[in-house]
Design a protein. Structure first.
Lengths: 320, 381
């Protein structure tokens, strides 16, 4: 594609013109322009966002850590020969760097590396699943409320406000205590905690979108409200929700860990990071470095998620 | 529910080759009103956005609607297209009656499209141009092949390269986006296109391009336009008929040429005098036609009688008492002003009418006499 031969569309060449000769000339010019313009790439929003994200070093590093942790948790059996549930009482409370146990052992002689890796599965699931579930449910609630307005909006959003008024951890403990311990119940509890804030974000974003003229244009074309919500509204509120929800994953892990710490999470001896932190409390004075390992991983994952989320927000926010 | 009016009587049908103007309007608005309930300082209040508007939209012609900001132009556009239901009044599209607060028949909805004001908010930022134009066709479940052909047809009709179908709105300039908006409105091949401030957000040079495109498309597609704008020059350029709106009411309507040459309503005169002129002799800055200094009364509590009376230099007692009915001042030229209506005894306030008519007819001379003899120095030496 040579740069020199770009046909210029003059104002007169636009439109159809008034005489047949004008029209033909304009059509010919347009064809030339088309031929040239095939080289111009469409820039999709997600492609551009991806490009900008990759330019953000902190974001890429954080995303790398998240990915690494997820891979390590997934392929835990390949990375460690130990069983996370089976202890060697003779090897209890080994310090970091002990032969065969790079991260030491806990109070029952279980290998800490194995427990951290296997525990990562539970923690990542407890972080991801409730966030994704709450994002789906909250988006439906928020978009429905803002699009239907009136009584539906008032009832839905005031109910969300009631839930939102509770401190997150208190609500999670209440739900967790009501449902009993276990990973599934932890996930349900955190999901319920997360639905109100996500619904509020979705509702605010929807209200901003529905006043725009392209929604009126879609209405004029005879589309149903559901179709407008699906094709016109949701794609435009999605990035707000993704940005907000990605910042919640880290907190979800902390809430899940807190529930485990309080005995409301996965029941022992499951290697959940929060529970591990609790059970190792007593050994703080003998092997302090080993004790803080689960806490360190909770911290690392949460920070990595938040940094990646910040980078994502920046990549999406810059107006196209 | 559709009520059908009786079909055209034989009298309405023009003899072949005689009439250039069709006898039946494409769309007719009869006493259409729209009120919104708003909160005004905590109290519930009624905002009268459009009040008793009657208009005829003739097929193949352009009806310009002009007025200040907040006079209900955009609300009227949304009433015509059905985006807002009317509070009261009646509309007739061809032979189909549209009742206030009733769902529109599908045949009517399909015949109308709208071009919006803000080129950046009128297109879905997450959809390509092609997807945006195809959307109304997809809603109608047209076959995929037809959609593709139609999209590239309208894109080229509005003078854009066909490859733009793959682009996103942010990659286009304001003028190009407005072309896309027009293309989307044309995709369904409507008969009536309502253009709500369609060129107001564009630069002057781009405005000219888009206006020319609109007139080209009108002849090509046989379109009927309702062109809404606050820009008097643009409306004069594109319109066949013009309606002047003030605070939700039509003050005056008539053929564009006559209305601009011989405005009857004091408000029309005020509007036309507000077009900046390079000739100081035509300036009305020293003798304003607006008593309220551009202060527009609130549509929440509009003045009684004539809504223009608080600003009108000719206001009389009767103006506060009764709403001026539309009067046929000349053929096709309707004005709603007590200067042109008869009183209870059937007497037109002659003296006033004559003096107004004289001032109207000699408008420029009267104004010219008021400015000093010495002209301002020529700014271009």
């Amino acid at each position: 594609m040579s740069q020199a031969t770009v046909p210029v569309l003059l104002p007169e060449a636009f439109g159809a013109g008034t005489t047949d000769a004008d029209r033909q000339a304009a059509a010919k010019l347009r064809e030339e322009w088309n031929a040239h313009d095939q080289s111009v790439r469409a820039q999709s929003f997600w492609k551009e966002t991806g490009k900008r994200f990759l330019r953000n070093r902190t974001g890429v590093a954080a995303a790398g850590i998240v990915l690494l942790l997820a891979l390590a948790a997934t392929f835990a059996p390949l990375l460690t020969p130990y069983d996370p549930l089976l202890g060697q009482p003779l090897d209890r409370l080994q310090n970091i760097g002990a032969p065969g146990h790079p991260l030491g052992t806990d109070e029952q002689g279980r290998d800490m590396l194995a427990r951290v890796l296997y525990g990562g599965r539970l923690s990542l699931v407890a972080g991801f699943v409730p966030t994704v579930a709450a994002a789906l449910i909250g988006t439906v609630i928020g978009v429905t409320a803002a699009m239907l307005r009136g009584v539906v909006q008032t009832v839905l959003m005031r109910f969300m406000d009631v839930l939102y008024a509770f401190p997150a951890i208190l609500l999670a403990i209440a739900v967790g205590a009501a449902l009993g311990p276990g990973l599934t119940n932890t996930i349900i509890a955190v999901t319920i905690v997360y639905i109100p804030p996500i619904a509020r974000v979705a509702e605010a974003a929807t209200r901003r979108v529905v006043v725009q003229e392209f929604i009126e244009a879609a209405t004029l074309s005879g589309a149903s409200r559901f179709r407008i919500a699906r094709t016109q509204v949701v794609p435009n509120v999605l990035n707000d929700i993704i940005v907000y929800a990605s910042g919640l994953v880290g907190v979800a892990m902390i809430i899940a860990a807190s529930l485990s710490f309080l005995g409301l999470g996965s029941p022992p001896p499951a290697p959940e990071w929060g529970y591990m932190l609790n059970s190792l409390r007593g050994t703080l004075s003998t092997t302090p470095l080993v004790t803080i390992i689960p806490g360190f991983f909770i911290f690392l994952t949460s920070v990595a998620f938040n940094l990646a989320s910040d980078a994502l927000r920046e990549a999406m926010d810059s107006r196209l | 529910m559709t009520d059908t009016l009786p079909g055209p009587t034989p009298v309405d049908v023009p003899a072949p080759g005689t009439a250039t103007l069709p006898k039946r309007p494409l769309m007719e608005l009869l006493d259409v009103s729209k009120t919104f309930s708003v909160r005004n300082g905590g109290r519930r209040a009624t905002l009268s956005a459009v009040d008793g508007v009657s208009l005829k939209i003739w097929p193949g012609r352009t009806l310009g609607i002009v007025g200040e900001s907040g006079c209900g132009k955009s609300t009227l556009a949304r009433l015509i297209t059905g985006l807002h239901p009317a509070t009261s009044g009646e509309m007739v599209f061809e032979d189909k009656q549209i009742l206030a607060n009733r769902r529109r028949p599908r045949e009517v909805v399909e015949q109308m499209q709208m071009v919006f004001q803000d080129p950046s908010s009128a297109l879905n930022p997450r959809a390509t141009i092609g997807e945006s134009i195809a959307f109304p066709l997809e809603v109608r479940r047209r076959p995929r092949e037809e959609i593709r052909a139609r999209v590239s047809q309208v894109i080229s009709d509005v003078g854009l390269p066909a490859s733009y179908a793959r682009h996103y709105p942010h990659q286009l300039s304001g003028g190009q986006r407005q072309r896309v908006n027009i293309a989307r409105a044309l995709a369904l091949q409507p008969r009536l296109v309502v253009l709500d401030e369609a060129v107001s957000a564009l630069d002057k040079s781009i405005q000219a391009q888009v206006l020319n495109l609109l007139t080209d498309l009108q002849s090509e597609y046989g379109l009927t336009y309702v062109f809404i704008s606050h820009d008097l020059n643009v409306v004069e350029y594109i319109s066949d008929d013009v309606a002047v709106m003030h605070l939700g009411q039509v003050a005056e309507r008539g053929p564009a040429r006559r209305l601009y040459d011989q405005p009857l309503h004091p408000y029309t005169r005020l509007l036309l005098s507000s077009i900046p002129s390079l000739d100081p002799a035509l300036s009305t800055r020293d003798q304003p036609l607006d008593r309220a200094n551009g202060e527009i009364p609130s549509p929440i509590d509009p003045p009684s009688g004539c809504r223009f009376r608080t600003r009108c230099p000719f206001a009389m007692d009767v103006c506060a008492e009764r709403t001026p009915p539309p009067v046929l001042a000349e053929p096709d030229h309707v004005v709603a002003c007590h200067l042109y209506t008869a009183d209870e005894n059937g007497v037109v306030p002659r003296g006033v009418t004559e003096s107004v008519a004289r001032r109207v007819a000699e408008g420029s001379e009267v104004d010219a006499a008021a400015v000093p003899e010495e002209p301002l120095p020529d700014p271009t030496p």
